[in-house]
Design a protein around this ligand. Structure first.
Ligand code: CA
Length: 219
């Protein structure tokens, strides 16, 4: 018996998926299609998508934000878990990737729940704040440029209601965060992780799920 998190080998990971993954056919098709994508690692893992769906349902979420949409997997996972009047404000700067995302959202019948904003995410977030949407979002997912994380997090804290949840992806960064920073992204993630550790505005948990997922609940 160990008190620390298990290191999953391929066999145990396969078992975890076999006994717990409840797949949606469009999400499964997206993962298949994405396997050949040169930036495939930007898509979250199947069990992480399912975990985020559980969080969205636990929160009773209606209004959600995503920063970093890529080809649309996580936005679709969240949209599928939202009630019919729920919405994802999806922020990305790439029309090329999000054009692919739209075709998947259409296939799954979820396009009406996803409000795609093609612009630097800070512009979209600041516009939402200026529109009076502070304290109105239930859930936010940050999964974009790592040097932007701290600024996205601050905006999301403003936009979230009390008790709302921010999920942040890639916080373990393939293990590089535990080593001397060799690049700008690693250094940004290290500073970000420390910022959250000492932030009294949130309740905090860092999970070794996928590439590391931090959960921050607004107090
Ligand atoms: Ca990611």
């Amino acid at each position: 018996m160990t008190t620390r998190t298990l290191n999953l080998d391929d066999t145990l990971y396969r078992y975890l998926l076999d006994v717990s993954l409840r797949d949606h056919p469009v999400l499964a098709a997206m993962r298949d299609a994405n396997r050949s994508h040169p930036r495939a690692s930007m898509q979250i893992a199947a069990e992480q998508g399912q975990f985020m769906q559980l969080l969205v349902r636990l929160l009773g979420a209606r209004n959600t934000i995503e920063i970093g949409t890529f080809t649309g997997y996580s936005a679709l996972a969240v949209a599928l878990a939202l009630p019919e009047d729920g919405r994802v404000v999806a922020c990305d700067i790439s029309r090329e990737y999000t054009d692919v995302a739209r075709t998947w959202w259409d296939k799954a019948g979820m396009s009406h729940k996803i409000d795609l904003r093609i612009a630097p995410a800070l512009e979209t977030l600041d516009a939402l704040i200026a529109e009076g949407r502070a304290d109105s979002f239930d859930f936010a997912f940050i999964d974009a440029d790592k040097t932007g994380y701290a600024a996205y997090y601050e905006r999301c804290l403003v936009l979230l209601r009390q008790g709302g949840l921010i999920a942040v992806d890639n916080v373990l960064w393939g293990g590089k965060v535990a080593q001397a920073p060799a690049d700008e992204d690693t250094a940004a993630l290290q500073a970000f992780n420390l910022l959250l550790r000492d932030d009294a505005r949130i309740d905090l948990s860092m999970l070794p799920l996928g590439d590391g997922l931090t959960l921050a609940r607004k107090r």
